[in-house]
Design a protein around this ligand. Structure first.
Ligand code: GLN
Length: 494
């Protein structure tokens, strides 16, 4: 039955519908794969094999009764532990939320269960989704299933959705949810040779998703290929009156309209993304991507996004500012941890709870955020960053008068070894250089695997589209996927 775990969303769903295998067989196979791999990879914080089996049982019963099956019927997935799941611990990989069991289900996860998916467990992540390597989790690092040639050093699965990327790449989940504030779907997808799309801001409801930076946070699928991403995004997206920033637009049938013929399409190559001293393999994979899109019929156009170089500093002001406000709710009163020293007053309880409950990176972001929002510095930092954010969005608006989609590398390097960047936050932040501009502008963007670098590690290509044009991004992604022919898989060592 283990070959079932090699299948992705479309193959599993169609196989269950045809009766080639049952949803219960699929869930059993994935549960076994999780039980074997998780002690090594640490991709899941909690596993929920019973949830996966119960969902599968309902799908099998529905099929036996001749009832219609959902888009994700019989597909076991991992749920990033940033989505509130009713009755199942939800921690955001933090100690402060350890033991928190929500009484409600996030809109996105509910939609996935309604579509027939089952939950294998809650996936590990960087604490409160702050990080690029999964090293900030209070539940230990996630390990990537990938290793460099001739090197057994543990590699970062990327972040913050590193449990998601590791589980999908290791074939212990058919797909997984991710969230992306500044790159957390795309960079981990690139690091692990899988696909992931962050849709237009507002496509997926944020209701029930632990908030990091509300004007940037967006959920999306992480899956084996572009088609699976399209199917899963259809199941996740849609208007939700419970999220005031949710887009009141119909969800297009992206998967039915996939088309890799790019005739008439213009692809922009932003010159500002060609950084000095760019990794040679990353530069080469970018050139490969350009050639593949040309081969698919697209016209390639040189474009300029002049404010790109301000994107990282802008993001690292706005995201911490919003985080410092969002995380104020963790006060020891309403959720999770409470540290109440003997004879302590309210302020002492807040301080003790936060000191014990937040990790170093989260504290750093709260401090930065509080500083840039403080009366004396608000205009100099926060207001200024908001203005630059507008200029960055305008760069894209102007570019999209000329081109339909933009191609860049996803990340400046392949997966680094755990530990090498964790001592230097700035070095870690630089990883987001290609992903944050699209986040600041709220644009749909996706990473698809492009090949392996000289160390035998995956590299991703990054497509950015117009607002609401997920279809254009997915189609260009499909064109890259078909031409890259990426079939490499991590060798099983766990
Ligand atoms: N790595 C970025 C950060 O640390 C992005 C994280 C994310 O998208 N959640 O903020």
């Amino acid at each position: 039955m283990s070959e079932l775990t090699n299948l992705g969303i479309a193959a599993l769903r169609d196989g269950v519908a045809k009766g080639d295998f049952t949803a219960t067989e699929v869930a059993t196979a994935f549960n076994a794969a999780v039980a074997e791999a998780n002690p090594v990879l640490n991709a899941f914080i909690v596993t929920t094999p019973d949830h996966a089996l119960a969902a599968a049982g309902m799908v099998d019963a529905a099929r036996a009764a001749g009832a219609p099956l959902g888009k994700m019927a019989g597909v076991p997935i991992g749920m990033k532990d940033l989505f509130a799941t009713k009755g199942v611990q939800t921690t955001a990989a933090s100690h402060i939320l350890e033991g928190f069991v929500p009484q409600y289900e996030s809109t996105v996860s509910q939609r996935l269960w309604d579509a027939g998916a089952g939950m294998l467990g809650k996936l590990n992540l960087d604490q409160f989704a702050m990080g690029s390597s999964n090293e900030t989790s209070a539940f230990g690092n996630v390990i990537s299933p990938w290793r460099a040639n001739g090197d057994t050093a543990a590699r970062a699965p990327g972040g913050s959705s590193g449990g998601s990327s590791s589980a999908v790449a290791a074939r212990i989940a058919a797909a997984a949810t991710g969230t992306d504030t500044g790159g957390s779907i795309r960079q981990p997808a690139a690091f692990t040779g899988i696909s992931g799309i962050k849709p237009t801001y507002g496509r997926c409801s944020r209701w029930g998703v632990v908030a990091f930076a509300s004007s940037l946070d967006q959920a999306g699928p992480m899956a084996r290929d572009v088609t699976d991403c399209a199917i899963m995004l259809e199941a996740m997206a849609g208007f939700d009156p419970k999220d005031s920033t949710s887009l009141d637009l119909p969800v297009p049938a992206w998967s039915d309209n996939l088309n890799d013929n790019l005739k008439g399409l213009k692809v922009g190559i932003p010159r500002e993304y060609r950084l000095d001293g760019m990794d040679a393999d990353v530069a080469k994979s970018w050139d490969d991507g350009i050639a593949w899109l040309r081969d698919a019929g697209a016209e390639v156009v040189d474009i300029s996004l002049p404010h790109t170089r301000y994107a990282l500093p802008t993001y690292y002001i706005i995201a911490p500012a919003e985080a410092s406000s969002n995380l104020a709710r963790y006060d020891g009163v309403r959720y999770g941890l409470r540290d109440l020293p003997d004879g302590a007053g309210l302020q002492d309880m807040y301080a003790a709870t936060r000191a014990a409950g937040f990790g170093d990176e989260v504290k750093r972001r709260i401090l930065i955020g509080t500083y840039v929002l403080s009366a004396g510095y608000y205009d100099a930092y926060y207001t200024q960053a908001q203005k630059v954010r507008t200029l960055i969005a305008r760069d894209f608006e102007l570019a999209f008068q000329q081109v339909d989609v933009i191609l860049t590398p996803t990340a400046p390097t392949s997966a680094f070894a755990l530990g090498v960047k964790s001592a230097d936050p700035l070095e870690m932040y630089l990883n987001d250089v290609f992903s944050v501009p699209a986040s600041l502008a709220g644009l749909p963007a996706m990473s698809v695997p492009a090949g392996l670098d000289r160390a035998g590690l995956p590299l991703g290509l990054h497509l950015i589209g117009r607002p609401f044009d997920e279809q254009g991004v997915l189609n260009a992604g499909l064109a890259l996927e078909r031409r890259a022919g990426f079939s490499a898989r991590p060798e099983k060592w766990w």
